[in-house]
Design a protein around this ligand. Structure first.
Ligand code: DX5
Ligand code: ZN
Length: 221
């Protein structure tokens, strides 16, 4: 199983955005993660289409957009036009999840669904055929730099089993507290796509950190 390392721009220094993205790209980052927060699903407000468009011009890497927003469907078309490659909405604000996932595909993006630490896997179990990426949050969303929640390991294991049993080829992504000391165990538990904000951008050399995270999976695999 291949590993995807996905730096989260939430932790980047926006005064040096172009350089930091270039360093990640040169170090072999697979995608870039863009955290959209609307001040309602989570308290902070972060980015919108303008930033997605800016990042799109700075890199050829796929943009993995994490929508921490209520009524996420209001943004699908705009974000797709701005250059998003994947859109991930939260199951907690998706009463019509099957239709919302179909809508993401209609705008030409990979359809992802995220679940908070307290949300059971059963929230997505009826729509696995429609899911192209399952994001198991390993912290409560809203802020970077939090500690990985240890209970997540077992949840990732169960998510892996659920996807395998459904013969799903969806990516299994984790987000929150992913660093050198946590990534190996999450990889062994069955995740394949790793978002990392603080670990990458608080390092003296973000590019080297991307490589170190990948190596931590390969060593323990
Ligand atoms: C948190 C965001 C994350 C955040 C992760 O709500 O969804 O993508 O950037 O940050 P770290 O890796 O610092 O925990
Ligand atoms: Zn995120």
């Amino acid at each position: 199983m291949s590993v995807r390392i996905v730096p989260s721009l939430l932790a980047a220094d926006f005064a040096q955005l172009a350089d930091q993205i270039a360093a990640c790209e040169a170090a072999g980052a697979d995608w870039l993660h863009v955290d959209v927060m609307d001040g309602r699903f989570v308290p902070p407000i972060t980015f919108g289409a303008k930033i997605i468009e800016t990042v799109r011009r700075l890199t050829a890497l796929p943009l993995d957009v994490h929508l921490m927003a209520v009524e996420p469907e209001r943004h699908f078309a705009e974000f797709a036009a701005a250059g998003a490659n994947g859109l991930t909405l939260h199951a907690e604000v998706a009463p019509h999840l099957q239709r919302q996932l179909a809508h993401i595909k209609e705008v030409g993006c990979r359809a992802g669904v995220a679940i908070n630490p307290s949300t059971p896997l059963s929230a997505v179990s009826e729509v696995l055929d429609d899911v192209e990426l399952l994001l198991v949050m390993t912290v409560n969303p809203g802020y970077g730099g939090q500690r990985f929640l240890p209970h997540s390991l077992d949840k990732v294991r169960r998510a892996r089993r659920m996807l395998d049993e459904a013969r799903s080829r969806a990516f299994l992504e984790v987000d929150g507290g992913i660093a050198r000391d946590t990534i190996g165990a999450v990889w062994q538990a069955g995740a394949d796509t790793f978002v990392a904000g603080h670990a990458v951008f608080s390092a003296a050399d973000p590019g080297a950190e991307v490589a170190a995270l990948r190596a931590a999976c390969e060593v323990k695999a």
